[in-house]
Design a protein around this ligand. Structure first.
Ligand SMILES: C[S@@+](CC[C@H](N)C(=O)[O-])C[C@H]1O[C@@H](n2cnc3c(N)ncnc32)[C@H](O)[C@@H]1O
Length: 238
C-alpha cells in the first residue's frame, strides 16, 4: 500500500484518515454495481487514497482530482505515474472552485474540516471554517447528484447533515470509524475551537477519540433509503 511520509506542514499526511477514505471510496462507490464512469475529487492530497482504491478495484472509469497545494499535486502526479494509472487518475493543480469541471456522476472528497476562527493554522488549506463544515457545505451546494464526503464528529455533524437534507439530499449509505486526534486537530488553536463547539453540541468526541464517517449523499429522487437519522445518532453519540 502506498504511504509516503512528508513534511506534515507542507502536505496533508494522516495515513489512518486517508486509508479510511480509501476504504469508503472502494466499498461505497467503486465496488457498487452502478459505479460511475466519471468522478471528480475535491482535494486529492498526495493521491494515495484514490491510487490505493484503484489498485484494489476493477473500476475502469476516470477520476479527475483537483488539488490546490502545488507540492501535494506534484507528489500525486509522480505517484500516479509510478503506479501506471495516468489514464484513470488525472490531477489538476487548481482550486476545485475555479476549475472548468468535466461532467461527472459523482463528487468525492475528504474535505478540509478543521474548525478555527481563521486559517492561520499549521496548514491553512485544511481550514473548514468556524465550525469545520463550511467546505463540505460548499460542495453540497454545487448540485451533484451523488457525493461521497468524509464527515467529522467534531465539525458540526448534525448541522451539516441537516444542511444536506435542506439541499435535497438523503443519506444512502455510510461507514464510520473511530480516529484519534492527530497532528492537525491537536494544534491548540484548533483544539480550543473544538472544545468551544462541544459546549454548543456541535462537536462530539471522547478523550482523544472522535468519529469519522464516509457518507454517500444522493439527491432524493435517486435514493430509496434515507439513513440520515441513524447517521446523526451515531455522529453525536460520543
Ligand atoms: C483533508 S485533505 C485530504 C487529502 C487526501 N484526499 C487524503 O484524504 O489524504 C484536504 C485537501 O484539500 C486540499 N484543498 C483545500 N482547498 C482546496 C481547493 N479549493 N481546491 C482543491 N483542493 C483544495 C488541501 O490542500 C488538502 O490536500
Amino acid at each position: 500500500m502506498l504511504t509516503s511520509p512528508k513534511p506534515l506542514k507542507d502536505v496533508f499526511y494522516c495515513p489512518e484518515e486517508s486509508n479510511f477514505y480509501s476504504h469508503c471510496l472502494e466499498n461505497l462507490v467503486l465496488n457498487q454495481c452502478d459505479s460511475p464512469k466519471v468522478i471528480v475529487e475535491f482535494g486529492s492530497g498526495d493521491g494515495s487514497p484514490v491510487i490505493n482504491s484503484l489498485m484494489r478495484t476493477r473500476f475502469n472509469g476516470t477520476i479527475h482530482g483537483y488539488e490546490l497545494n502545488t507540492l501535494a499535486g506534484k507528489i500525486a502526479e509522480s505517484n500516479i505515474q509510478e503506479y501506471e494509472l495516468t489514464d484513470r487518475y488525472i490531477i489538476h493543480n487548481s482550486s476545485f472552485f475555479d476549475a472548468a469541471l468535466p461532467r461527472a456522476e459523482y463528487l468525492i472528497s475528504n474535505p478540509p474540516y478543521l474548525p478555527s476562527i481563521d486559517d492561520n493554522i499549521y496548514q491553512p488549506l485544511l481550514h473548514g471554517g468556524r465550525d469545520g463544515s463550511e467546505m463540505a457545505r460548499k460542495l453540497l451546494s454545487m448540485g451533484y447528484e451523488n457525493l461521497l464526503l468524509m464527515l467529522s464528529s467534531y465539525s458540526n455533524p448534525e448541522g451539516l447533515i441537516n444542511y444536506a437534507i435542506a439541499k435535497g439530499y438523503s443519506v444512502a449509505s455510510f461507514l464510520v470509524s473511530p480516529l484519534t486526534f492527530g497532528y492537525y486537530s491537536s494544534e491548540p488553536k484548533v483544539r480550543n475551537m473544538i472544545e468551544e463547539l462541544r459546549k454548543n453540541r456541535m462537536a462530539f468526541y471522547s478523550g482523544n477519540i472522535y468519529l469519522l464517517a464516509g457518507v454517500v449523499f444522493k439527491k432524493q429522487s435517486e435514493s430509496k433509503t434515507d439513513l440520515s437519522a441513524e447517521l446523526i445518532q451515531i455522529m453525536t453519540s460520543l
